[in-house]
Design a protein around this ligand. Structure first.
Ligand code: V47
Length: 365
């Protein structure tokens, strides 16, 4: 039955490759994106998802810390970044950062996700102090901090190059790198939406250096603005190529564009079909990534739950106080109880696994 449907949809050859565990090409990725047969894409992505992760669906008890939104890049798709002196601009001093960590010591948080803008004048020492202060307040916490774009900026500030800078950040407490700042690697998209930002090649190079030091990192793609399907597929294949070289990426997170309050506010929000398709196609193309995350803050908890049948095996976590999405019109709450994440996972027919950042099981739930 399913084979007849795959045949009818013109996906039989791709299905044969997926079943045989063979790698898909650029052209096949484009065909998957163009296919209107969402359920068949989900079926195929789920084969890979279950091959890699069985029925497990991961979540983490985490905390977000957006230390400052002051940014000199001011990307067109971003509502979070503000010019210094702007009404909504803010920056936390080290004491405020300590307070944010201290305020939640009673909760079983295993990871703090630290991201900010490209600040024009905070000194390099601020970032090292921030890491040390977080570890002083909560020594056992895993700091997943600073996107590859921030790391490149810190390397400029330190004047020592990326590798020596990363070594110093690691000595101060950095444990892994989040996936932000990748956007779409295409130079065309970067020129049109984020011309001041580190290039796609530059982003991948920071990830390579980090992986060479044993520092794991995540990868993202911001979809649903002005990028083409071909550019999405190229982005995914560049990540796949880098993962072949280093094996250092932990997870891939497709990020749904939220237009409100951005310079691209004339665009529509992504649809549910688009969101699920990006999860499914990523699962199918990124054969060397162990995990695909459905970030509930951006696509909403209900769709993130459904995504567990379309290739995703991770819902991210409890989060709290994430401003990048909410400032761009995201409507999901900024925090979710672990009990709610567990309920969503169970109702999707999966087995909840509370993980640490490196996907080691922490608690049987
Ligand atoms: O780099 C910016 C994106 C990213 C918007 O590593 C926007 O586990 C949607 O990378 N609409 C930061 N997206 C967030 C991020 C992330 C989130 C959760 C988990 C992880 C992880 C990483 O958010 C930015 C940019 O690509 N972004 N503006 C917007 N208007």
């Amino acid at each position: 039955m399913i084979d007849a449907l795959l045949q009818k949809a013109g996906l039989a050859d791709i299905a044969a490759k997926v079943r045989a565990g063979e790698r898909l090409s650029h052209g096949e990725g484009v065909r998957l994106y163009r296919s209107p047969d969402l359920l068949l894409l989900g079926y195929l992505a789920n084969l890979v998802r279950e091959r890699k992760n069985g029925d497990r669906a991961y979540f983490i008890y985490n905390q977000h810390l957006n230390y400052s939104n002051i940014c000199s890049n001011l990307c067109k798709f971003c509502a979070f970044g503000k010019e210094k002196g702007a009404k909504l601009a803010y920056e936390m001093d080290i004491d405020q950062i300590r307070q944010k960590i201290r305020a939640r010591l009673a909760e079983p948080i295993s990871e703090v996700h630290v991201v900010g803008g490209i600040h024009p004048d905070l000194p390099y020492s601020y970032y090292l102090e921030m890491l040390r202060a977080i570890k002083e307040e909560r020594p056992e916490i895993h700091i997943q901090g600073f996107t590859c774009v921030e790391i490149a900026h810190l390397a400029e500030l330190s004047g020592q190059g990326v590798e020596a800078t990363l070594r110093e950040l690691m000595a101060a407490g950095l444990d892994s790198i989040p996936g932000g700042g990748a956007e779409v690697f295409s130079p065309r998209i970067r020129a049109l939406t984020c011309e001041k930002k580190l290039s796609g090649e530059g982003w991948l190079e920071v990830a390579r250096v980090a992986h060479g030091l044993g520092l794991r990192s995540n990868a993202t793609m911001l979809y649903g603005h002005i990028e083409t399907i071909e550019e999405r597929v190229e982005h995914l294949l560049m990540l796949r190529q880098t993962q072949d070289e280093t094996g250092g990426f932990l997870t891939f997170i497709p990020l749904a564009f939220h237009p409100r309050n951005t310079q691209l506010s004339q665009l529509s929000r992504t649809s549910g079909v688009e969101d699920l398709k990006n999860i499914a196609v990523a699962r199918l193309l990124l054969d060397n990534f162990d995990h695909i995350k459905a970030y509930w803050v951006m696509i909403g908890p209900k769709l993130a739950q459904v995504a567990l049948a379309f290739g995703a095996d991770d819902l991210d976590g409890t989060v709290k106080e994430e401003l990048i999405t909410s400032m761009a019109g995201g409507e999901a709450e900024q925090a979710m109880a672990d009990t709610e994440l567990i309920r969503l996972i169970r109702e999707a027919g999966r087995v909840p696994v509370q993980r640490d950042t490196l996907y080691r099981q922490l608690v049987e739930r």
